[in-house]
Each structure stands twice: as structure tokens, then as C-alpha cells.
Write a protein that binds this ligand. Sequence first.
Ligand code: NAD
Ligand code: IPM
Ligand code: MN
Length: 357
Amino acid sequence: MTHRIAVIPGDGIGKEVMPEGVRALKAAAERFGIDLELEPFGFASCDYYAEHGQMLPDDWFEILEKFDAIFYGAVGWPETVPDHISLWGSLLQLRRRFDQYINLRPCRLLPGIQSPLAGRKPGDIDFYVVRENTEGEYSSVGGKMFEGTEREIVIQETVMTRHGTDRVLKFAYELAQSRPRKKLTSATKSNGIAITMPWWDERVSEMSGHYPDVTVDQFHIDILTANFVMHPDWFDVVVASNLFGDILSDLGPACTGTIGVAPSANINPEGTFPSLFEPVHGSAPDIAGKGIANPIGQIWSAAMMLEHLGYQEAAGAIVAAFEEVLSEGDVTLLTPDVGGHGTTESLGLAIAERIMR
Ligand code: NAD
Ligand code: IPM
Ligand code: MN
């Protein structure tokens, strides 16, 4: 069976880490006899925008819906295109139109990486952020009035639906149930945001009856961020709205030493539409062009994609390969964010070589 993968590098370091993601993917496919057909696309990037005045071709939905998965790098180049235009014109459209309502983001302290939190070692930080990915604070409901006057008003609504909330909570409960600690943490801000957030808490409580073996706790987002830093070992599965999940999924990986290793899976669990796999990080204009971006976020995302396609063993081999290279700690191979003086390519090559073994 052939799996068709759309490959979209995007902008900045997306274009640098993607070749290493593809290298790892091809190595795993070869070793495990997986038939992958990779098709590259230049759209969903600011380069494409410069040429066409839009981020995506008009028929992007028809083009991409035929693929079994989408492998994305990073998008955004604020120097030429304002972020809200490039992101709402690309990635956020894909997540919404392909109903990728789960954004699954593992946070794990990997061997060989120093956590900025004193005394933390691998095993101490190992949780998932399950982020609602199609509604919530990321809504296009709202507008501006009296623009340019002193009475200017801007409104952007948070939209939460029972359908949208229950399905992400169900995913999070089931994930918690599948893990040894069976613990779910819900992030809200029910003291201040007094309509949507207490309602989310009620949905969490009501659904807990279906998962009696899962321990549930709830934190206001402000103290939760503090506890990510002070007690990252408390967490197992953390479920959050679109915006809170976004913030927690940069903070979590930061606690594991670098956001450069963090992967994500934007999943449409029903398989009606393709799911999308991408690192958590962005296009990193500050280091783009230097060849020093850590490719592990992209490579780990490749592993999540293979797992999604049913290739557990191949996914495991990719994870084992980057863990091995990190553990060895050869500073000539590792990128600067993890204490080395190697390059995106040197680290990518070393990982691909381990995958083939
Ligand atoms: P960013 O993630 O691009 O960079 C934040 C910091 O982390 C920078 O200092 C960067 O050098 C570092 N960093 C990121 N990835 C790294 C890697 N692989 N290796 C080593 N260091 C790494 O966030 P930002 O600066 O807020 O955003 C830059 C652009 O990317 C903006 O246009 C933003 O909208 C976009 N963005 C896109 C995505 C996405 O495509 N999913 C995610 C976040 C931001
Ligand atoms: C992410 C990014 C995006 C988000 C931005 C670039 C729109 O930060 O994937 O985490 O907020 O979802
Ligand atoms: Mn983010």
C-alpha cells in the first residue's frame, strides 16, 4: 500500500529542517519496507505569497485532501507578510478545513539535554499537551467599529461548542486512560473568564463519569504555567483550549531545554481528512539561513506521522535514533540549542544513519 504524503517546507528554518525530516522518513521507510510517495509543494509560504498575492492556490483543498498526510515545516516571514495574513491564509485554514481538531504535543525531557529547571532529569518531564485546534479563542467572529477614531472598538469572540469541546476532552481522557498514571489536567481561567471557562470545567466534570479510572484536576492557567516550571513532574495529559494549549506547548518544551525538539500532530481522528504533522516551533527568522536549527522537532513529527499511518515500529526506531544521538553527546554533531556546534545537517545525518542500523 502506497501512502501519499504532501511535503510543505514553508518559510525560514522550515526549509532547513524539512530536508532532515524527509531524510529520516526515507530512512525509516527503507528499513521497514514502507511505501511512501512524497510530493513537495511550495505554497503555504511567504515566497508563494510574494509571487501570487495569496498563501495558497484557490484549489488547495482539492489538491491536499487526496493525500494520506501532510508534512509541514513552519510558516511565517513577518518582514514581508504580516503574521496574521500568512498564518490565517495557510496553516490555520488547513487545521480548520481538514477538521484537525486535536493538536497533540508531547513534552519530554530527552536524554542528553539539559533542562533549564535545576535538577530535572529524563523521566521527570513526560507529558502531553492536548490542544483544541479548530475553535476557541482562534475565531474569526468579531470586527472593528469606528476605525481610526477615538471611539474605535475591536471585538473578537471566543467560540466554544459542546461538539468541539466534548470531542477534544474525549480524546484527552482516552489518552490519559492509556497511560500508566492515568491523570488528566484541565487548563482554564474560570475565575476571570466567567462564561466560557466555567462551562469548559462543567464539560470536564460531566465527562469524568465515563472515565472513573482517570484522576482529574483543574488549574487556572496562571498558576498552571507556574506549576509547569515548579512541578513539571505533576503532569501526564494536559488538555486546554486553543490559545492556552498554544502557550503551554511552548512552555512545556522550553522546560525540556529547547523548543527545537518539540513535535506536533494536528489530527483529524476520523480520517475523513488528512492529518498534518509539523514541529511546534516557527520559522525562526533570527537563525534562518545559518544552518543551525535543530531538526529534531521535524524528525519527531515524522515519527508521529508514521505512527498515525500505522507504523509503530518505524516510529519507535526514529525516536530511538535521536535519543541515541543525543545521549552520546557528540558536540560536533549537536546543534547550538542543545549545547553543540554542529549543524542542522550534521545532526540530521547522524540520526538518519542510526535509523538505518
Ligand atoms: P519561533 O518558534 O520561530 O522562534 C522562537 C525562538 O526559538 C527563536 O529564538 C528561534 O531561533 C528558536 N527556535 C525555534 N525553532 C528552533 C529550532 N528548530 N532550533 C533552534 N532554535 C529554534 O517563534 P517566533 O519567533 O515567535 O515566530 C517566527 C515566525 O514563525 C512568525 O512568523 C510566527 O508567526 C511563525 N510561527 C509559525 C509556526 C508554525 O508554522 N507552526 C509556529 C510558531 C511561529
Ligand atoms: C503553533 C503556532 C501557531 C498557532 C501560529 C503560528 C498561528 O504558534 O502552531 O503553535 O498559534 O497555532
Ligand atoms: Mn505556538
